[in-house]
Design a binder for this molecule. Structure first.
Ligand code: NAG
Ligand code: NAG
Length: 334
């Protein structure tokens, strides 16, 4: 039973951990320079300009048309086998994180982890890099593993929301029959047994309009030096709707289409998780708090990691070490 004091303490720890994480420079550099020679973006300009901007009116010109095209796609990934995927894992990544992607493929992101009983589909999300060599390397990696999707927006920290929306769009378009979707990052450890068998439960009826993760109730930071700075003209309110930390959240697959469609009429914000929270509020979907989602780092211990769903800030080396330890000690009791 959490008291007010312990809640406050937890909040302080979370804030510091997040701040340290950002300061640690573990995030990819966001300084992109140079010009890109990419396919011109096709805009969905409506034939008539409708001044009536009721957001439920689908004929209104989209505020945020997401007029991007897939440069690398896996349109048949979902349909190659008989049963629909139980879980689609969307992992936000950057071009240079080759090691992180490989570590995930070889550990918790392995699509054959539960065999044919519980189908898992893993996809890495990328935009277009300003360095053509990196785009080429990713294209080659994609031809080997067939687990990367790329749209033609510029890949940058400020465009993370576009990356998430690309993932939502992919699920809604190419795999609406999936049961659940997880969106996470490339430096997250996921306890798949816990996630699949204790939280989502393949034997139960799939939920609808379900959304869970580490729920944050906060407001915009107006300090321009902050990584989470939110200009007043972009978001005037003093509070955000409840949102799940972008380090890892889970939702029923129907929500992908709902969020994607809502996003077309919702002004884009660069804070990906806040933006998804805004879409959820419009949809009347309330995110559930789940204590298994840790959006800060947590020292490894077998028994502690058995209880979690996600842990943040795990390097590719640690991911292998943790995975090997946990799989070799499945018989041990805690
Ligand atoms: C806008 O459209 C809605 C539904 O189409 C309608 O009910 C409303 O009266 C319209 N408002 C204006 C100002 O035209
Ligand atoms: C985000 O992507 C769009 C489309 O490619 C691009 O015009 C814009 O400059 C990008 N924003 C940033 C901050 O990189």
């Amino acid at each position: 039973m959490p008291s007010k004091v312990s809640c406050l303490y937890l909040l302080t720890v979370v804030c510091w951990a997040s701040a340290l994480w950002y300061l640690s420079g573990s995030r990819p550099s966001t300084s992109y320079t140079g010009q890109m020679a990419i396919v011109p973006i096709r805009r969905n300009t409506p034939k008539t300009t409708n001044r009536n901007s009721t957001f439920s009116n689908v004929h209104t010109r989209p505020l945020n048309p997401h007029a991007f095209e897939f440069l690398i796609n896996e349109p048949n990934k979902c349909e190659t086998k008989r049963s629909p995927p139980f879980l689609i894992i969307l992992i936000s990544t950057t071009h240079k994180e080759f090691d992180a992607r490989q570590a995930i493929r070889e550990t918790w992101g392995d699509e054959s982890i539960f065999g044919e009983d519980v189908r898992v589909v893993t996809l890495f999300l990328l935009g277009t890099n300003t360095d053509p060599v990196l785009n080429q390397m990713v294209a080659q990696e994609s031809q080997i593993f067939h687990d990367i999707i790329v749209e033609d927006f510029i890949d940058s920290y400020h465009n993370l929301t576009l990356k998430t929306l690309m993932g939502m769009r992919w699920v809604a378009t190419f795999c609406p029959q999936a049961h659940y979707v997880m969106k996470t990052d490339s430096d997250i450890f996921v306890n798949m047994d816990n996630l699949v068998y204790n939280l989502l439960k393949p034997s139960s009826k799939p939920r609808r309009r379900y959304f869970t993760g580490y729920v944050i109730n906060g407001g915009p930071i107006r300090d321009v030096r902050s990584k989470w700075y939110m200009p007043r003209d972009l978001y005037p309110d003093s509070k955000y709707p409840p949102f799940c930390s972008g380090t890892g959240y889970i939702f029923s697959a129907d929500v992908a289409d709902l969020i994607y469609k809502t996003s077309l009429h919702t002004r884009l914000l660069h804070l990906e998780d806040v933006y998804v929270g805004l879409c959820l509020r419009k949809l009347g979907i309330h995110p559930f708090q789940n204590s298994g989602f840790n959006h800060w780092k947590m020292a490894y211990s077998l028994c502690r990691y058995r209880r979690v769903v996600t842990v943040h800030q795990i390097s590719p080396e640690e991911m292998h070490r943790i995975w090997n330890d946990m799989t070799s000690k499945k018989h041990l009791k805690c």
